[in-house]
Design a protein around this ligand. Structure first.
Ligand code: GDD
Ligand code: MN
Length: 376
């Protein structure tokens, strides 16, 4: 155990600690002693500090931690004004002493016995190591099928909308360790409590790994996180899409789509409608118009919408072009059918149907190409 001396209400350690464990608490009195005991047993011979960030719990959590501070390298900072898990953690980043920071819950749902494996992953060169329920060997004890499905759906949504999150399976984990440089210069504004997701999207982490663990059942106290979680999660995803530039990317894609529509109509007009150049029948003219707009859209998306993800080389360019054509098939077919039908029956409901079709095709094109053609 690290020896420490008390100094103006905080601790000055006689050795520099190799890592800090940051634990947010709210009414966790009954869990503190077993938690510190198990952390201590798991980390014998290692230098570390434990910082609790407590939001003025009414059950005496902070007093208990203070009374244990002579037995364990633990201290508590009580926030009187603010309340909330997310800011307890982000505030704590500024208060811990080490540059390797481990975040975990106090309620023993995160078994401290996993900590050495997480630290080892950091020492092996990773920027973030995550205790994960969704890699082989990991799971969530006592979770119903429904809860698992909701959780998988929420993760899938983030993977689709936020490319930065794709390398991680358990983006919801509240049990992880990272090197401080990951968040240096980043503005962390988590809505709700998905701090890890926030760090993955706005932080700088090249190497990320997941260590399996079994998320335990809570035995003492109650979960505090239940109200409006889904709504908050969606708001957080939107905010991250905005801050990481993914919304701008989608808007660029729409602009390119509009340009493509004009190219399509213009080509069709040139080849089929003009008196002078009435070269082709509607069928073949439309086919050419669709392909011409696919080509211009591909080029614009390659050098504009997805410029940051473009890989150089003629081979990649060509294979991406083939891929882009493949993903354009449904939209192209729809364009074909509605145009042919619309030339005969030009009534309002067909036009609305056509517009709905275009919107669906646009979203499909965006997702497919963002996931596979210009994948992150
Ligand atoms: N300081 C502070 N302020 N701490 C809080 C607050 C708060 O407002 N609310 C909760 N905590 C602390 C709890 O005391 C506990 O140590 C930890 O944050 C997690 O809270 P729980 O209430 O136990 O959350 P959970 O079990 O529902 O959620 C956990 O699992 C999720 C994955 O299913 C958390 O680890 C989440 O981060 C994780 O996403
Ligand atoms: Mn919990």
């Amino acid at each position: 155990m690290v020896k420490c001396i008390k100094f103006q209400n905080s601790f000055v350690y006689n050795m520099s600690k190799t890592f800090s464990i940051l634990i947010p608490t709210y009414n966790e009195r009954d869990n503190i002693l077993p938690l510190l005991e198990r952390i201590h047993s798991a980390l014998i011979g290692q230098e570390y500090e434990v910082l609790f960030v407590d939001d003025n719990s009414g059950d005496g959590t902070a007093d208990l931690i203070n009374s244990l501070a002579s037995r364990y390298p633990a201290r508590v900072i009580v926030r009187k004004d603010k309340r909330g898990l997310a800011t307890a953690v982000t505030d704590g980043f500024g208060w811990v002493e080490s540059n390797i920071i481990l975040v975990m819950d106090a309620d023993l749902q995160h078994p401290p016995e996993i900590i050495p494996a997480l630290i080892a992953a950091i020492n092996a060169g990773n920027d973030i190591a995550i205790a994960s329920r969704y890699v082989k060997g990991g799971s969530a004890a006592g979770w119903s099928r429904i809860r698992q499905i909701i959780s998988s759906g929420a993760i899938l949504l983030a993977h689709i909308l936020l490319p930065h999150s794709r390398k991680v399976k358990d983006i919801m984990s509240g049990f992880f360790v990272f090197k401080r440089h990951v968040i240096e210069g980043a503005t962390l504004k988590p809505i709700g409590y998905k701090i890890l997701l926030e760090m993955l999207v706005v932080g700088k982490a090249d190497k990320v790994t997941e260590v399996p663990f079994i998320f335990q059942l809570r035995e003492k106290g109650q979960s505090k996180l239940s109200i409006n979680l889904e709504i908050e999660y969606l708001r957080h995803l939107l905010s991250l899409m905005w801050r990481s530039g993914e919304i701008t990317r989608f808007l660029k894609f729409i602009v390119v789509g509009l340009i493509g529509t004009f190219v399509n109509l213009g080509t069709l007009w040139l080849l089929h409608d003009t008196q002078a150049l009435n070269l082709l029948a509607i069928g073949p003219a439309l086919l050419i118009a669709i392909e011409v707009s696919i080509i211009t859209n591909f080029i614009l998306n390659n050098y504009f919408t997805f410029a940051d993800r473009r890989k150089k080389g003629a081979g990649i360019f060509f294979s991406n072009f083939v891929r882009y054509n493949f993903f354009s098939l449904p939209g192209g077919a729809l364009n074909w059918i509605t145009t042919i039908v619309l030339t005969n029956k030009s009534n309002a409901s067909y036009i609305i149907l056509n517009l709905v079709g275009i919107a669906i095709a646009m979203i499909w094109n965006y997702l497919a190409n963002s996931l596979w053609t210009w994948k992150k």
